[in-house]
Every structure is written in structure tokens, then in C-alpha cells.
Design a protein around this ligand. Sequence first.
Ligand code: ACM
Length: 636
Amino acid sequence: MNKAVHVFIGVLMSISAFAQSDPNLGIIPAPVSVTKANGNFILDKTTILINQSIDGARINDLLNAFIVSRAGFALREATISQPNQKSILLTSAGADKLPDEGYTIKVNSNQIVITGRGAGLFYAVQSMMQMMPEKTGDKIMIPAVTINDYPRFSYRGTMLDVSRHFFPISFIKKYIDQLAYYKINTFHWHLTDDQGWRLEIKKYPKLTSVGAVRNGSIIGRYPGTGNYLTEVKGFYTQDEAKEIVKYAAERYITVIPEIELPGHASAAIAAYPSLSCFPDRDTFISDKTAWAGSRKGKQVQQTWGVFDDIFVPSQNTFNMLNDVLDEVIAIFPSKYIHIGGDEAPKTYWKESPFCQALMKEKGLKDEHELQSYFIQTIEKHVNEKGRSIIGWDEILEGGLAPNATVMSWRGEAGGIAAAQQNHDVIMTPGSMGLYIDHQQSESPDEPVTIGGLAPYQKIYGYDPIPQVLTADQRKYVKGVQANMWTEYIKTTNKIENHAFPRLMALSEIAWTPVERKDLKNFSEDRLPVHLARLDKMGVNFWVPTPIGQSEKTLNGGDFVIDLKVPIIGGKIYYSLDSSRPSENAFLYTLPVKVMVPKGEKRVLKTIVIAPSGKRSVVTETLLNNGAPEVKAEAKK
Ligand code: ACM
């Protein structure tokens, strides 16, 4: 401790006390309204589960499986109420008057009445599971309460890129389970890109035999410090994709497939070079890129970025893409098919005599209009099949396809422009924290990412409705999405680390009325409980840094370090001597007073260790009493 003095002061209320007094009863996303009453419902072995809903036995199974896991016994099931019998009643009576996906839960000392149908009833059960405290003895005490709930947005999405790295079906299901728990209802599956084509297309087998395999990947950020020289391959069979669609649908999640066009097409072009403007031209590979295997011919990309070799807008290409989309449409029943549309450089189209002649023939004034022609040609086919397209906001350039929905990723501008043109919009701006491949803190302990800083608090602070829109235009904003690009995410553990707790923040901005948002309640009362649950379930997550710790320099002489543990059952350890904290450092239990002598400084370093042993990054706070200003070590 050198010359600084630190002592324990005060008494800290335990996190569980915070959780019990939580006005949202631990539910994420926070419901529209929670009205507590006096008394409790005591769930025990005599409680009956009565299902009078239109939703059948699956909803019973869901609730009862949870009760078994929590209480150690299942509830007896019935369809008819019995007077004076303590019961949980699932009903659809009156549910048609609720908003879409809405539900109510009414708890009194004798009965819990859960009203909803379809997604609404399913979400009611998710909320029930979240509000049910741990068992004491053989009883679970549920506070008397009335909950009215329904979503703010109909589209609550998250995208997973399985092209840059491939992830197995078993993981996709595990991930979908968590999405359902947080009332996220759309899984956008980014199935094709330059680095791999990941969906079986029966008519074009080379898309996967060639396009789903690459020989290596660069190490570190572009242009990389070498190449891993290890093959990355994998694709989903159509049966597997259908299995995911069904699995998701059982959890009221729609799977939206994305087939990228006309750019991000290297893998498809490697499989079928005739899709390129220049079929005989080798794939461009920079001299700076360490490459595994041959550099000749068309190659599946091993590095990240944007590539000039995009689909040629020929009839051959349209025929093939229409065939591909027909197979995609047969697998995925979603209203929307995502057709990409982003980051398509026009270099090859400018060079291509074919493209230039086509532009002249069609009266297109530039290559942006040619892209618009490309997208509109595809849209026409998709619309003929009874579906609609979504595209990234570049589809605005050169003129929006008539029925397209725009996914606004380059800030909010694309979303605003599309809504002003009366087109539906999904907001997913990277600049607002919705790119969850970005880093979660500034600690040097963070794993390599693509860059950018998007802590969950930033997502939480985002309102998907741009203020500049008129009341009429606002109704075109259908929802919000977080995107998980996987250039730098090679493992399922790292996906989970990037996803949680950020997807909980996403769920709240997608579901909860804006005036009900409360970051303090979210971070301090509810997240600690939810993270402990993930910890127990073997889901990886980013362990938050101590609540109340500043990453900025604090100036003064006497400091009170007043922290809260961000996960139930977790521990904070700290050092004041510049050593890296671990279980061997001081255990934080109570606020600590640190007196730094005049002209000196100390670095407070903390680490949070979850019950499973999972660790946070080390967080540093510089405590400075007039010493020459230096940056805290974490900021190096
Ligand atoms: C994107 O991030 N290129 C949509």
C-alpha cells in the first residue's frame, strides 16, 4: 500500500436486497407496467397448473420444466378450475383485446392468471420465469402484482454472421434460446459473404463444395501479421436450416436469411466465376496479405474488407440468383428475405464493357442506378414469390426498390431518408452501439475486435426513433437490431462474450416504452441476477466491471472507493500497488477510503470474478493528488 492509506468504511447493502426491491421484479426487458399489491402467492406442491389457453400443452411443458428446475417438483396439470384450489391459470380469454405479442399476469394470494395467446402467452411465461425467486424450503413466494405488457417495436432483431466464421447448429439453438428469453423475435442469419457461402443450394453444389471452404485467415487486424494457414469451412444443409427455422418458430422467432448481392460475393464467384464481370481475372490479393495456398484464379477471401469483384448484372447471374432465392424461399417462411446490398464497389462495373452497354441500353445514368436496377430486378422476383426484401442502407443509392425495407447501419441517415420516403426501416446504426462486434471497454484486456467502442450502456441509451421524423414518418420505424459480425470472432464462447449483456440492453430498447427505461435499475438490480443465471447455465458473457468505478482520472487527496458487484455471487478484488488484481489481491467488501499524499498518485485496479471463475477485464482508475498528469495504464 506504500504511503497511501486505505480503510474500510460504511455498510454496503447487499445486491440481493437491491434485487428484491426491484420495481421490475427482475424482468428484462422491463414490462410496460408493474403494479405491486399486498401479499404473496405461495407456490408449493398443492398448486395446480390449469391450461385454458388456445396454445396447447407446449406452454405447460415450458412452465412446468422451469418449475421443476427451480422447485424440484412439477405442478399437477388440469384444464378445469377447481374452487378454492391454489392455481396458475393460463388463459386466452380476452387475449384478442391485447396488443400484438402482449400479455397480462395477475398474481393474488390464491391464483396467478396469465392471459395471452401465441407469442404473448409465450412471453408471459418468460416473464413468469424471470420474476420467480429462488425456492426457500419447498415453497416459492411470488409477490402479488399486476403486469400489463406488450412490445414497443414489432421487429426486435439480432444478426449473426456465419460466413467469416462458421458456427454449428447446436450453438445456433443455444443462442436462439437466449434470444427467446429476452423477447427478441428476429434472428437475421448472414449466410453468405466473401469468406464463405454457408447454405446448401441443391442446384448449385459448388456454392458449398468450393464456396464454403477457405484455406486460411489473416491473423489480427487487416492486413494481418500472417495467416493462420488453417482451413475454415462449413455450411448448413437445407434440412439443418429447416430445423433451425422450426426450432426458432417454436420460440416465436422468425429467421430471416441473408443472401448478399451484388457485393460481398467472392465465395459465390470462386464457385461460379461466370458470376463475375471478369471471369478469367484472378481474385485480387494484396501483396501485403499473407495467403494460404494458391493465389491463382477465383478465390474465397482469407482477409476482411470490401472487394471489387462483385456480381455482373447479366441474365445468367439473375437466373442463378433467382434459382438460389427460390430454394431459400422454400426453406425460410419469413416475410422478409435480406438481399444485402451493402458495400458493392463499382470499380468492375465501370471497367466492364458489358455493364457500360447495359447501362446505356437501360438508360441508367451511373453505376448507382445500375445497382438500383440490380436490386429492383431481384426484388421483382422475390415479390412474385410473395415475399419482401430488406437491404442495407446502400439500396437507397440510385433509387429505392418500390417495396424494400431499409436496414440503417451507416448511422441513422439511411433510416431517416427511407422513412421520409414512406419505406419501412430497421435501425441498426453502428455509431449508436448496435455493432456488437465492437469492443466493450477500453481495457487492454479486451480481445482483438474490429474496433469501435460499444459498451452495453451505449446501446441502452439509444432510442431507435430519430427525433427528426414526423409522427407520421415514425411509424415506418419497425424496430431495431444488433449485429454480430465475426471477422474477429472465431469461437462460440467469443460470440457469447460479445452478445451478453449487450443483447439484454437491446431487448429493453426494442421492447420497453422509452419513458420506462432506467439504466441504474437495469445495471444494478436486474443485470446482476440475469448474469448469475447465465453463469450457472454455462453461457459465456462479458463480466461487467464494478458498478461505480470510474475509468477516468479522479483528482483529489481523499478518495472513497464505493463499488457494487455487478453479478450476484461475484467478487471484486482490487490492488493499489499497480499489480494485476486476482483472488490474491484485496477482496472488496465495503467502501474503501484511500488517502493519497500531496503530489502523488495511485492506481486502483479492480477485477470482477463471477461464481464460475469467469473474469472481467481489469479496470483502472488513477487517483491523483496533484502529481504530474499521466494516463492511467489501461489507456495505453
Ligand atoms: C455492413 O456492416 N456492411 C452492413
